[in-house]
Every structure is written in structure tokens, then in C-alpha cells.
Design a protein around this ligand. Structure first.
Ligand code: G4P
Length: 535
């Protein structure tokens, strides 16, 4: 195997998804601890203290104690090079999350054992299922009173239409939690043994038939319950089938307690064994294999001012093939420009560092002078790969945003444009109204708070926002007359995007129907168009 192939095959790139508070951050932190990437727990996120937050880079996130943006972390474990894509848990940021999932080869779904599937788990699962990537389930917080494990599996199977395969089985829960039974290794992992904080502890081998030993290990009552449950499981649950796992039809399930470091390492080990290296990527020009010699990558996220110390804009690339080398010339396909990328960065737990090379599967951040858009291709000159469009979502909330201080016109316009380019908000102009008053569209209301906060802290601009009752936006594909002369329901707004495309913003479905009924020849198209960049 060539070095390139070796490097690529040891990469694992996965996203962690969960409903807020299920324990995603805690689990990520424990992964990093095992990988030796951080020294102590509490470094990834400190909600209720002033501990430095790695995943949550913005002040706002710290203030609110939520994770608004996704971040990327890389660490080494057991010869593997692991890239974790952390996803924001708040529902308003689903768009950012969707994009992040486009860059992952598999997903780890964290579920609170007491709560089961929650709304955000449902949404995120759908995207993973759409992509057909393997999904691993970690049922967390078993040290607390939890729901019946059979019920939890049943819920996963019924709601998500997938099979589940419990790799281990919990022995009790809450104060009675004794550990887990590993079905394959036929061993008991003792909660109290691990609780003492020892790393890489082996389970105690124990066949269920050896009742004497089992009784001794976990007590008679728990032993007889475990034997019954595992018997039931062997008879009724799905068989393990790696092929089904690979296409997301069967989810291996693990029980544990991230906070207590319990079940995390066995999970990581099994996960690494059951997943493959980077997956091939479909493009508009055929499939790109990760081991293809030539470097290719797509932009899945753009973020400005990630760090106060670095006032810059970073485009995050998912490498899909070959090897990336610092200072080599690469092509940005959409502009046709060839440039050296001299400051490629990787997020290593607490720090960003400049890297010299990276391989298919890795995520790198490159400096963006304002040229990249989500979905763009960066590759070796001469290569022609256009990656598939990344789904974007139509804004559902609209507001007028007006600058207050005329002296700050430039900053207002710069800030609004830059933040809009990151893709979280959309800005539109009102034809003939100038740039002092804009229409802003967002998918979730929380984005307004982020916009306000960032405009104030990063650009020093305050503005006035007036919420609008509108909720639907359409492109005007063709019109029988000037837009001003169309017969439209009261309140319908005519706006333009930064390329001067005409759009109509409506208050209801009824108003949309009215527009098309009363204006024969008016053709509306759903917003946003997926391939804006191709036009
Ligand atoms: P999230 O990223 O999915 O939002 O969840 P996070 O890891 O922040 O965990 C949410 C809360 O659940 C935290 O408590 C965390 O300590 C707790 N937690 C995580 N895993 C376990 C577990 O296995 N058992 C128990 N009992 N609790 C767990 P918090 O009090 O909200 O926050 P903090 O002050 O501890 O940071």
C-alpha cells in the first residue's frame, strides 16, 4: 500500500448529532481525552463556568450556553486519524448542521437514555438517512434512571425505520447501574471499576451460562434479569450485518455514561472497526475515489471572525481525494483562479494550527478573501470535478433592517454582506430604496440574535430591525409585465438579491396562489435555487 493509501485508509470522519443536552459535548470531550488531544475534561465546553470553550467559539454561545456553530476537531487514536464534526444542537441552526453532515462519512447519534428520541434527533437523523451514511447510536446517561432499553430500541426502529443491533446491554440503570454486558466479547464491564477512572480496562470475561460467576459479579437479581434480557435479544433482535451498517440500515447501539467515562472507549474501538475510511464522492462529473492521486475538496462551511485574535474568514474544506500540500497551487473551479494556499489550518482541540499536508477525509480551514461559496470545488489544476450542490433552505422569517448611524454606512454594508456570504442569513434589497434599508431572511429566529451580536461586536454597527409577517419567498422566473404592474395581494414585497434577480416575498400560500392566478404568464420558482454558482 502506498503512503497515500495508508494515510487515507486510517482516516475516520464523523459527525456527532444529538438533541441539546443529551451529552454530545461530554462524549466528544471523552473521545479527545482518550486520544490524548486534551489533558482534562471541561476543556471542550464550560457551560456554567468560565472554562475556555473550544466548540463554542462565540461570546454569544458562551452567554447562552448553546452551541451555535459547528466546529471540527482532529485527533489520533490507536493509529487512526479521527476528524469529529461537532454539530450545533439548536434547531435554528439546522442549515449549518445539514452542511456539516455533507462532510461526514458516518454519524454518531447521542441519545439521553431517559428521554429517547427528541425533536432535534429526529431532524438530524433524517439528513443522515438521506445520505445513507452509517449511524451509530450511543445511549447516554445510564447512570441516571433511564427508560427500558427494549422500549428505546423499539422507538428507534419504529420512528426511524431502521434495524438496531445492541453491541452491549445495560445492567440496570440509575443508582442500580452495574455496567454493561458485551454481547460479542461475552464480558461484563463493571461500572464501578471504570468509575475509578482507569483507562483501557478490559471487561471481565463471563459467559451468561456461568451463573455462579455472574451472580458474584453483579448480584443474583441483576444476573437473572440480564440472562433473560440477553436471551430475548438473541432471539428477537436483528443479526449483525456490516453491509447494512455501512448503508445506514442497521444502527449498532451502545449503552454508557459519557460523564463517567463509562463505555466510551469500547464504543470508540467498535466504531473504528465497523466504519470504513473516507467514502467516494459523487460529483457532476462522475465518482471521485478518495485514493485518486489528485487533490480535490469542496467548501461546506464559511465562517468569519472565528477568533478575535485572527480577524479573518475561513472556508472549511472537506478533502475528497488525494493529498493536500501547503504552498502548492490549486484551482478554485468556480472562479477559474489558481492560487497557493499558504495558511491551511486544522483545529486541534484547543488550537488552530498551520498544517503542511492533509489527506482525503480531513477537514481543513483555508483563508477566504471573500471568493468562496458553499459547495465550491478546490482541486489540482487540470482536474474537472464539480461537487454536488449542498442543500440550502428557504428563509422563513423576514425583517427590515435599517442602519441607524449614517456615518457607518460602509461598515453596515460590509458586515451585512460578509455575514450573508457565510450563508446563515440572506439579504435582499428593495428596488430603488438604496442600501440603508435591507430585507433580511433567516431560517430560524435565533439567527437574528447572532446577526445583531456580530454586527455590534465585529463591525461596530447598530441597526433597527422590524419584523415582517412574511414567510415565503419565490424567484420570479418570468413575468408578463413589469413587476410593479403585477396584481399582487396586499403586503407582497418585491425584493432583489445581490445579483439583481427579482424575488417576491409573500405572507401566505394564499397570496402565492393569488399572484399566479391573477397574472397569467407569471412563473415563480422555489427559492433558493440550488446551483446559483453555476449560472
Ligand atoms: P450537549 O452537548 O448534547 O448539549 O450536552 P452536554 O455534553 O453539554 O451535556 C448536558 C448535561 O448532561 C451536562 O450537565 C452534562 O454534564 C450532563 N451529562 C452528560 N453525560 C452524562 C452522563 O453520562 N450522565 C449524567 N448523569 N449526566 C451527563 P449540565 O449540568 O447541564 O452542564 P455542566 O454544568 O455539567 O457543563
Amino acid at each position: 500500500m502506498s503512503t497515500l493509501q495508508q494515510e487515507i485508509s486510517r482516516r475516520r470522519t464523523f459527525a456527532i448529532i444529538s438533541h441539546p443536552d443529551a451529552g454530545k459535548t461530554t462524549l466528544t470531550e471523552k473521545f479527545l481525552l482518550y486520544g490524548g488531544a486534551i489533558q482534562s475534561a471541561g476543556t471542550v465546553k464550560g457551560k456554567s463556568s468560565d472554562r475556555h470553550a473550544v466548540s463554542d467559539w462565540m461570546e454569544l454561545e458562551k452567554q447562552r450556553g448553546i452551541s451555535v456553530t459547528s466546529s471540527v476537531l482532529q485527533f489520533e487514536y490507536d493509529g487512526y486519524c479521527i476528524n469529529i464534526l461537532d454539530t450545533p444542537g439548536h434547531q435554528d441552526f439546522s442549515e449549518d448542521t445539514y452542511r456539516t453532515l455533507m462532510a461526514a462519512d458516518s454519524a454518531v447519534m447521542v441519545i439521553d437514555g431517559a428521554k429517547g428520541i427528541e425533536p432535534q434527533t429526529r431532524k438530524l437523523f433524517k439528513v443522515c438517512a438521506m445520505r445513507g451514511i452509517p449511524i451509530f447510536t450511543f445511549i447516554n446517561k445510564m447512570d441516571r434512571d433511564s427508560r427500558d432499553p427494549f422500549d428505546l430500541l423499539d422507538e428507534l426502529e419504529k420512528e426511524f425505520g431502521i434495524g438496531t443491533y445492541p453491541v452491549n446491554w445495560p445492567i440496570g440503570c440509575g443508582v442500580g447501574f452495574k455496567g454493561v454486558y458485551d454481547r460479542e466479547k461475552k464480558s461484563v464491564l463493571d461500572f464501578y471499576e471504570l468509575h475509578a477512572g482507569r483507562k483501557r480496562i478490559a471487561g471481565i470475561n463471563c459467559y451468561l451460562e456461568d451463573r455462579e460467576k455472574l451472580n458474584e459479579l453483579i448480584g443474583e437479581g441483576a444476573a437473572s434479569e440480564l440472562v433473560d434480557q440477553v436471551e430475548l435479544l438473541d432471539a428477537a433482535s436483528y443479526e449483525f450485518d456490516l453491509e447494512k451498517v455501512s448503508c445506514g440500515k442497521l444502527s449498532p447501539v451502545f449503552f454508557g455514561s459519557a460523564l463517567n467515562n463509562f463505555g466510551v472507549e469500547p464504543f470508540l474501538e467498535a466504531f473504528l472497526k465497523m466504519t470504513s475510511g473516507p467514502l467516494p464522492h459523487e460529483t457532476k462529473d462522475g465518482v471521485v475515489e478518495p485514493t485518486e492521486e489528485k487533490f480535490s475538496a469542496f467548501v461546506f462551511k464559511i465562517q468569519a471572525n472565528m477568533n478575535k485574535a485572527h480577524r479573518d474568514r475561513i472556508a472549511f474544506l472537506r478533502i475528497c481525494s488525494g493529498k493536500f500540500e501547503r504552498n502548492k497551487e490549486y484551482l478554485h473551479l468556480q472562479t477559474g483562479k489558481v492560487a497557493k494556499l499558504s495558511q491551511p489550518q486544522q483545529m486541534m482541540a484547543e488550537e488552530r494550527e498551520i498544517i503542511d499536508c492533509a489527506y482525503a477525509g480531513d477537514i481543513i480551514g483555508i483563508f477566504d478573501p471573500g471568493v468562496f461559496s458553499i459547495g465550491d470545488t478546490v482541486c489540482e489544476p487540470g482536474m474537472k470535478v464539480r461537487f454536488m450542490d449542498i442543500p440550502t433552505f428557504s428563509p422563513e422569517h423576514f425583517a427590515y433592517v435599517e442602519q441607524i448611524d449614517a456615518m457607518k454606512r460602509k461598515q453596515f454594508s460590509k458586515g451585512m454582506n460578509q455575514i450573508a456570504q457565510e450563508g446563515a442569513i440572506r439579504i435582499f434589497t428593495l428596488p430603488g430604496a438604496g442600501l440603508e434599508r435591507l430585507v433580511v431572511g433567516v431560517v430560524g429566529q435565533l439567527q437574528y440574535d447572532v446577526l445583531k451580536f456580530r454586527m455590534e461586536t465585529e463591525y461596530g454597527v447598530k441597526y433597527r430591525r422590524t419584523d415582517l409577517p412574511h414567510s415565503l419567498i419565490y424567484w420570479v422566473k418570468s413575468t408578463p409585465c413589469h413587476i410593479n404592474d403585477l396584481r399582487l395581494a396586499d403586503g407582497t414585497l418585491w425584493v432583489q438579491d445581490f445579483r439583481d434577480h427579482n424575488l417576491l416575498v409573500f405572507q401566505s400560500d394564499w397570496a402565492v396562489r393569488w399572484a399566479t392566478d391573477k397574472n397569467p404568464g407569471l412563473v415563480l420558482e422555489e427559492y433558493p435555487k440550488m446551483n446559483e454558482a453555476d449560472e
